[in-house]
Design a binder for this molecule. Structure first.
Ligand code: TRP
Length: 342
């Protein structure tokens, strides 16, 4: 356990599209900063992945600044973690091509997300939609990541990254570390406030279904007051009480209280009081995040500096793995001076 003990590497990405919700905060980005103590962390905007679906260019650029600010406002320290935009680090696209040649049409066309998205976007089943997991595998393997925090919907993609890494290593010798998905515990999955049988989603057409990370206090409380529950009046966590269960989950994750403690606290009180209380703790929790976010978004020049710093560092860390892979497959090794990492 000497000082030189190598720290594990944690890496995750998020697409800069749509607003981040309370669900993203509790289940993902809100925890990412906490990993800095234990791991070397890499967090990035998966903006290349966003191109698999048609985007409005101006909106995407704005969303990229916004999502980058959110990562930092939610607790990632850009002096400790490497925070960057995937498209600003050219090793990702290069690694993608190499790994494409070790990935099979059959396995890619069988992935859940490809099947779902091709149904949803029948008019645009582009090659990027098919090779999406290969780009993601490169994102992960370039940094020799040990753990990849993702939602359950992305688990298959992390498994694919392991498969490709294993396949490459068995042909060329050890090159990539095999990453493991790091799925947040249950309870971290929030449901829609309007239909608690569905996941809380930033693409919900009803804005009362979700709370975004940067909404103002009044809106947050209003949304919780309107949350759909049931016809009973007891605040207890019980099968069939999806709406109340979801609110108890939110309240207990934020306050650190157990489900039983929450039930005790609201014994004899109605749903109205409980909903307001949930809204208040959420609003309190998110207030500093919102302040920091607005401060960061008021200076895009400063954000550009942070992005550049992150991209530079990400490039330096990922280049040796890319060059190793290029060399192993027989590409010429020497790189132009301006590509050399410091
Ligand atoms: N596909 C992920 C998502 O939509 C985002 C992503 C891209 C990612 N590359 C990654 C996540 C690498 C983890 C690791 O959620």
């Amino acid at each position: 356990m000497g000082e030189n003990k190598k720290r594990g590497v944690m890496l995750s990405g998020i697409q800069p599209t749509g607003n981040f919700t309370l669900g993203n905060y509790i289940g993902a980005v809100g925890n990412w900063g906490k990993q800095e103590k234990e791991f070397d962390c890499f967090y990035f905007l998966a903006d290349l992945h966003s191109l698999t679906i048609r985007q409005d260019p101006e909106a995407l650029r704005h969303q990229s600044y916004s999502a980058f600010s959110l990562l930092i406002s939610c607790g990632i320290d850009p002096d400790k973690s490497v925070v960057f935009a995937q498209s600003q680090v050219p090793t990702h696209a290069e690694m993608n091509w190499i790994l494409n040649c070790y990935s099979y049409f059959g396995e890619l066309s069988r992935m859940h997300q490809f099947k779902e998205k091709s149904k949803l976007h029948e008019e645009n089943i582009n090659a990027g939609l098919l090779t999406y997991p290969v780009l993601m595998a490169g994102d992960i393997l370039l940094y020799q990541a040990d753990y990849v925090p993702v939602g359950a919907d992305q688990k298959q993609h992390v498994e694919f990254a392991r498969d490709v890494a294993g396949r490459f290593n068995s042909i060329y010798g050890p090159t990539f570390k095999l990453p493991e998905p790091y799925i947040p515990e249950e309870g971290a999955r929030l449901m829609s406030l309007q239909d608690p049988t569905k996941k809380m989603s930033k693409s919900d057409t009803n804005p009362y279904g979700y709370v975004t990370i940067v909404e103002d206090r009044d809106t947050i409380i209003k949304k919780f007051k309107r949350a759909v529950t049931d016809n009973e009046r007891e605040v207890v966590y019980r099968e069939g009480k999806d709406g109340i269960n979801n609110l108890i989950t939110i309240y207990s994750v934020i306050t650190g209280k157990t489900h039983d403690e929450v039930a005790k606290e609201f014994e004899g009180k109605g749903y109205g009081d409980f909903k307001t209380a949930v809204g208040e703790v959420v609003a309190d929790e998110l207030a500093p995040v919102r302040t920091k976010y607005l401060e960061l978004m008021s200076d895009l020049g400063e954000l550009d500096k942070l992005l550049k710093k992150g991209a530079q560092r990400a490039y330096e860390v990922s280049l040796p793995t890319l060059l190793d892979a290029k060399h192993k497959v027989g590409l010429l090794y020497e790189v132009l001076d301006f590509c050399k990492a410091k």
